[in-house]
Design a protein around this ligand. Structure first.
Ligand code: IPM
Ligand code: MN
Length: 372
């Protein structure tokens, strides 16, 4: 057979297309777009095989399409490999909840790693490198709340006082749900991550934080399921702590932790606290992973108080982008991005205001670009 260069060309093109990824960008609200835009410029410099989709979401979508989360936006997410999200206030929360519940992104991964140059309030932050994995879809986040009166037919009484719940009106309730499936998949995710980190020299430990000494049945179940999963990972140390004890240890000696897994609300609260330990939420990235989708966003909110000032620290957003690159298979580029951020902090010449410097968001991003 004669060699035909066109076949080679077609094959190469095919391989290239197969590795080409589609990512939805949602800039988010208030100050969030100010951190997202320079991050996109950094991503652009890496010459990635990524098509960026920017469907209408939030205020601008409301004007043109009559909804903050129109059908086009949902379709774009469904047709993409991942979403890169700024941060949501009221306007983009419909999109956020679709990315969580619609795409079943059950593991909210929040790495908390101190880097030299981060302005930590701790006397000795050296070696602080933990990951909080927050169950992302259950617990009190089911959104089922109501008037106590609605529970009438259930005839519930408090086991402590014997009082009928419906005699406590007026008042409201919120439903906390812990399922076997939801807990098993997120704890398995935690063990797998601990295993991967162990290969890179971390201790290989999973800490489960629950209030099982009070919420015997719900949090007790989370702990029980986690313990069962631990049985399949004999190479990883498993530790179960009461969540208030975990909070104390987190403040007093966070270096003792590697990977921590917990129900949704505790994870929400404690990941903000853990962000404070390394120097603030401007430094804390996150990724939410499902079976076949993931989205990435900083842990922080939309910072409305500094919107328009171009002083938001984009580090959390840039590191979230690096997590996304890793997820999409661009491992070298993810490392390049992380290393560039590390260098800017180690050098300490161009730091954002929350880190004791005077750089604007754009100036900081330009410093990262110089090290890319
Ligand atoms: C977060 C946020 C959200 C949460 C809000 C915006 C609903 O605080 O991602 O941590 O509580 O999950
Ligand atoms: Mn939060």
């Amino acid at each position: 057979m004669r060699f035909r260069p066109s076949i080679l060309k077609e094959t190469l093109k095919g391989i290239l297309m197969a590795t080409r990824k589609r990512v939805v960008v949602i800039e988010g609200d208030d100050a969030a777009p100010e951190a997202v835009r320079p991050t996109l410029e950094l991503l652009d410099r890496l010459n990635l095989n990524i098509d960026w989709l920017t469907p209408p979401i939030g205020d601008q979508a409301k004007e043109g399409y009559g909804s903050t989360f129109p059908e086009q936006a949902r379709r774009a997410i469904d047709e993409s490999d991942a979403t890169f999200f700024g941060a949501a206030s009221g306007k983009s929360t419909a999109a956020l909840f679709y990315l969580r519940f619609g795409k079943q992104t059950y593991a909210n991964v929040r790495p908390v790693k101190w880097l030299p140059g981060f302005k930590s309030p701790l006397a000795d932050p050296k070696g602080l490198d933990l990951v909080i994995i927050r169950e992302n879809l259950e617990d009190l986040y089911l959104g089922v709340e109501g008037e106590i009166q609605e529970l009438d037919s259930l005839n519930l009484t408090s086991p402590f006082t014997g009082e009928k719940i419906t005699d406590m009106v007026p008042g409201r309730y919120a439903l906390k749900v812990i399922t076997e499936k939801g807990t098993a998949r997120v704890t398995r995710f935690a063990f797998e991550l601990a295993r991967k980190r162990k290969e890179q020299g971390r201790p290989g430990k999973v800490t489960c934080a629950t209030k099982h000494n009070m919420l015997f049945r719900s949090d007790g179940f989370f702990r029980e399921v986690a313990q069962k999963i631990a049985g399949s990972f004999p190479d990883i140390v498993f530790e179960s702590l009461i969540v208030d004890d975990f909070a104390h240890r987190l403040a007093a000696n966070p270096q003792q932790f590697d990977v921590a897994v917990m129900p949704n609300l505790y994870g929400d609260i404690l990941s903000d606290m853990a962000g404070g330990l390394i120097g603030g939420l401007g430094l804390a990235p996150s990724g939410c992973y499902g079976e076949n989708y993931a989205y990435f966003e900083p842990v922080h909110g939309t910072a409305p108080d500094i919107a328009g000032k171009h002083i938001i620290n984009p580090t959390a957003t840039i590191l979230s982008a690096a997590m996304m690159l890793d997820y999409l298979g661009f491992k070298t580029e993810a490392e390049r991005m992380e290393r560039a951020v590390q260098k800017v902090y180690a050098e300490g010449r161009t730091l954002p205001r929350d880190q004791g410097g005077s750089a604007t968001t754009e100036e900081f991003a330009a410093a990262v670009k110089d090290f890319l």
